[in-house]
Write a protein that binds this ligand. Structure first.
Ligand code: ZN
Length: 221
């Protein structure tokens, strides 16, 4: 099985020192950089935007993974051209298929994210066109939200469905509420990418924490 990757949520960094923070993450061994974008409509807060995306894109050569928690994402995807991955929410409007096509048109790999209460059937329908399914394991935009454990069961269900469909090349990611306390369990559920933000920056800092995440994933380095 390929190793689990760590995508670090950049909003948890000190944004006043963005260049230094991104260099530090790269040096510390982050695999991807994850940027959350919230519009105050789909998700209750306003966080992240195109200007921040452009700054992050300019300042890192790591794969950049943009997670759009915005309503009607098909209207906004093209503004994130230059991202390696663009993920939109299944619940964010009637035109998810269109948003996925837009992500590909601007040269990104396309993902669909699912909130904790959303069934996997919608992404199964799109499996042939997706590169990533991202399970959001908290209610997005509600500070202090707890990890929803049933997300791990959905990971296993989707893995089985994708194999049945011959679409096992689709990556499975998980985002929200992941710390060093549950990282091993999450990786063992069979995810390809784990997103973590504040847990990477707290305590000993990214150097130690990224090494600890990789160890929890069973990686050698
Ligand atoms: Zn995210």
């Amino acid at each position: 099985m390929p190793e689990t990757l760590l995508s670090v949520g950049v909003l948890a960094a000190d944004l006043g020192r963005l260049a230094e923070e991104l260099a530090r993450l790269e040096e510390a061994g982050a695999d991807w950089i994850h940027l959350d974008v919230m519009d105050g409509v789909f998700a209750p807060q306003i966080l992240g935007d195109v200007a921040l995306f452009k700054a992050v894109r300019r300042l890192t050569s790591l794969p950049l993974d943009v997670h759009l928690m915005v309503q009607n994402p098909e209207r906004h995807v093209a503004a994130f051209e230059g991202a390696d991955w663009i993920t939109v929410h299944a619940e964010a409007g009637p035109h998810v298929h269109r948003a996925v096509a837009e992500a590909k048109r601007v040269g990104a790999r396309a993902g669909v994210a699912l909130n904790p209460g959303t069934h996997i059937s919608g992404v199964v329908a799109l499996a042939d066109e997706l590169d990533l399914v991202l399970f959001v394991a908290v209610d997005p935009g509600f500070p202090g939200a707890r990890f929803v454990r049933s997300s791990l069961r959905k990971v296993a269900m989707l893995r089985g469905k994708l194999e049945d469909l011959g679409a096992s090349g689709v990556c499975i990611g998980i985002d929200g509420g992941i710390t060093l306390d549950n990282a091993a369990e999450v990786a063992a559920a069979g995810v390809d990418v784990v997103v973590s933000g504040s847990a990477v920056f707290k305590g000993a800092g990214p150097e130690d924490n990224i090494a600890s995440f990789k160890a929890a994933f069973g990686r050698k380095e």
